[in-house]
Design a protein around this ligand. Structure first.
Ligand SMILES: C[S@@+](CC[C@H](N)C(=O)[O-])C[C@H]1O[C@@H](n2cnc3c(N)ncnc32)[C@H](O)[C@@H]1O
Length: 270
């Protein structure tokens, strides 16, 4: 085992291959990233100088969306592609408002899994599962998911900043649809997804950089992302730039971040 593999207690961390989960941690100022991740992340920042603002805006949307779900009575959260824990995780936001909230985190990346497990070791109401969200039957039958989530009750399914890692041939709309179809009416889907609608040149540059990572990114248009939410009732203001969804003048907003390149929405299953 390398020193890093030893640190995280998992033996399949690829230190040479930059990983978007760890690049995202780097943008947010986290400590769970390696040299290869930092080098590629810096290249992405070169072509998209507001990358850090964009990911901060995405995280801020995530927190506002969780607060909204709690305000609607939701007490169970299934967070798909939950990432490397950083400040303002779903359990911190939800349990801060409603301590009985239960959270099942799911991520495929070994550092995200290992660090989440460590962080949650004393939290009886949150678990993490290492699984591929594109195989819903694995996620939906995982013991640590079923320990937290009672699918006979409303649940918020989060797919935040993750579906753009799925190419069209992996059918992100069908993947999300599989989760939508198992939750009961009164449940919510929280989603954000990158777009090149507003900054096509910078987005193209960033996509080229991400092609060198373990998970290339696929931007999609407003219409394509909207289609993923078919069969659900969009909560106003609908699918909008992440900064605009229940905009509350949080500090991540600056004039430059009017369009951060993330579309975001919360939708209800009726
Ligand atoms: C950009 S991070 C987003 C983290 C968090 N949802 C947020 O918005 O702050 C995307 C995460 O999705 C995970 N991921 C990508 N593809 C996945 C898959 N097929 N199954 C599970 N997790 C996946 C990555 O490992 C990464 O941690």
């Amino acid at each position: 085992m390398t020193q890093e593999q030893d640190r995280y207690g998992v033996d399949d961390i690829d230190l040479e291959q930059p990983n978007p989960a760890r690049m995202y941690d780097y943008y947010l100022g986290g400590a769970h990233n390696f040299q290869a991740d930092r080098t590629l992340a810096e290249q992405a920042i070169q072509v998209m100088p507001w990358m850090r603002e964009a990911v901060r805006a995405n995280r801020a949307f995530l927190a506002r969306a969780v607060r909204f779900c709690v305000s609607q009575g939701i007490r169970q959260f299934l967070d798909l592609g939950s990432g490397i824990p950083t400040v303002g995780n779903v359990h911190e936001v939800a349990q801060g408002l409603a301590p009985e909230s239960r959270i099942a985190y799911v991520d495929i990346e070994p550092v995200a899994y290992a660090h989440s497990k460590h962080l949650l070791r004393d939290n009886p109401n949150a678990t993490v599962t290492r699984a591929d969200l594109t195989v819903p039957q694995d996620v939906l039958t995982a013991p640590a998911v079923l320990e937290m989530i009672d699918f006979s009750q409303p649940v918020a399914v989060l797919a935040v900043a993750v579906l753009h890692f799925l190419p069209d041939e992996r059918h992100p709309e069908r993947v999300l649809g599989a989760y939508r179809d198992v939750v009961v009416p009164g449940s919510y889907v929280v989603m954000s997804h990158v777009t090149s609608d507003h900054n096509p040149e910078q987005a193209a540059g960033a996509l080229a950089v991400y092609k060198r990572s373990a998970n290339p990114v696929h931007t999609r248009s407003h219409a394509e992302i909207s289609a993923m939410l078919d069969g659900l009732e969009l909560i106003p203001p609908g699918l909008v730039d992440a900064t605009q969804w229940h905009h509350d003048h949080t500090p991540e907003l600056t004039e430059k971040t009017e369009h951060v390149g993330f579309y975001a929405a919360v939708a209800r299953r009726d």
